[in-house]
Design a protein around this ligand. Structure first.
Ligand SMILES: CC(C)(COP(=O)(O)OP(=O)(O)OC[C@H]1O[C@@H](n2cnc3c(N)ncnc32)[C@H](O)[C@@H]1OP(=O)(O)O)[C@@H](O)C(=O)NCCC(=O)NCCSC(=O)Cc1ccccc1
Length: 222
């Protein structure tokens, strides 16, 4: 994707008017959102991109394969570049039928429960998320927390929130390629400030826990 195309992918002024307005529309009118963007095989595409990232993390290919892969990917990126849209039109936030609502940049998760009193999800850190010594990278653990704590913050407060502060305590290594349990819930709210807690478990083992301050956005705030 060229820089021009990347520029086109940024939110337009129209969509930024009212801050996270499309997200709040999504929270309020979840049933009316078009979940078919990207078509019936979009999930296969996301899965192949994820697998490519897994392979890229650990593969040691010979140079002829490196060149072949780079050539194939360059052609594919050129073709995909012709179909880049701005963020609110992309399937990567509306595909609730897919892990992480179709957002390939997030660790894949499935939400089992999302209510004002809390969110429960199953999340899998993959080979791509390797930090070292078979453990997930702490930044990706934090990414999973941020996304699902943001959801918990919005449901708890009934408004769209942004992360102001996020603290993660890493209690045990987070394993890869295994479904883990992530829970996030609101603790209290004072005005626009919403305090959210979260845990990440591998069965009975607490891998990490987090607490964060989320701020309810004012009308028009980006
Ligand atoms: C909006 C805000 C967070 C707050 O600014 P404003 O609106 O101007 O509000 P103001 O500064 O007046 O504060 C209000 C009250 O809060 C307090 N307080 C504030 N901060 C702190 C603190 N750190 N620590 C402690 N307290 C703090 C502050 O003292 C005040 O308290 P007071 O009322 O006097 O008692 C701004 O700093 C910002 O945009 N930061 C960047 C956010 C960003 O980029 N985040 C990452 C991307 S989001 C994401 O990824 C999530 C996501 C997931 C999934 C899907 C979608 C999204």
């Amino acid at each position: 994707m060229s820089e021009d195309e990347a520029g086109n992918a940024l939110p337009s002024a129209e969509h930024h008017e009212g801050g996270f307005r499309p997200m709040s529309e999504l929270m309020n009118q979840i049933r009316s959102v078009d979940t078919s963007r990207g078509g019936p095989h979009y999930g296969d595409f996301v899965e192949q991109v994820r697998t490519l990232m897994d392979r890229a993390r650990l593969a040691v290919p010979p140079d002829d394969l490196v060149q072949e892969a780079a050539g194939i990917l360059e052609k594919l990126n050129d073709r995909l570049g012709a179909h880049v849209h701005e963020e609110w039109d992309a399937p990567g936030w509306t595909r609730f039928d897919l892990p992480s609502r179709g957002n390939v940049t997030l660790p894949p998760y499935r939400v089992d429960r999302a209510k004002p009193d809390g969110v429960e999800a199953r999340i899998t850190y993959r080979t791509f998320h390797l930090g070292g010594n078979a453990a997930a990278h702490g930044g990706y653990v934090s990414l999973g927390f941020d996304d699902l704590m943001g959801l918990a913050g919005s449901l708890y407060s009934g408004s769209v929130t942004r992360t102001a502060s996020l603290t993660v305590d890493y209690r045990a290594i987070t394993p890869l390629n295994k479904e883990l349990q992530l829970r996030a819930w609101g603790e209290r709210q004072e005005g626009r400030k919403v305090w959210i807690k979260a845990t990440l478990h591998d069965g009975d083992l607490l891998c990490a826990e987090a607490h964060g301050l989320f701020i309810v956005l004012k009308p028009g705030q980006p």
